[in-house]
Design a protein around this ligand. Sequence first.
Ligand code: SME
Length: 162
Amino acid sequence: MAESLKISKCGSKEDVYRELLPQIESVIAATKDMVANMANVAAILKTAFDFHWVGFYRAVKPEALILGPFQGPLACVDIPFSKGVCGAAARTQKTVIVPDVEQFPGHIACSSLSKSEIVVPGIVNGKTAFVLDVDSDRLDAFDDIDRAWLEKIVTALLRAAS
Ligand code: SME
């Protein structure tokens, strides 16, 4: 259960992800409901890491994302696939890491405190179903470790819903 998360405070970032993944898998096994599971995954990631914002945008309309469950400050509601880091990940169906959001053309600044960002798409039957978006208030906060583990978390979410 989320309230009994075990997170070691002295391990590396990868140690924390490694500890979290089975706990996430256990929590999201309780339902196939994607929105409920997104809500718990956002809460778990926000609890475990010092992320500024963590949450989901869902592709419920063609070529457009709408805000889903998240933790952090208020966020933009609608993002077309043609805009922002989220749109780029949704469009290309690839994880996008942005070390400095000010250098990313078309970045959508929901919070002026966001400095770097990673967005991981969730693909169902060849179509982008949602993106997991994580923002940091530090420059260059995300690397291939985040990419690998956040992609595993997105895969677990997709599996839980199937
Ligand atoms: N910065 C994102 C928008 C979403 S917020 O960061 C929560 C983007 O450029 O797509």
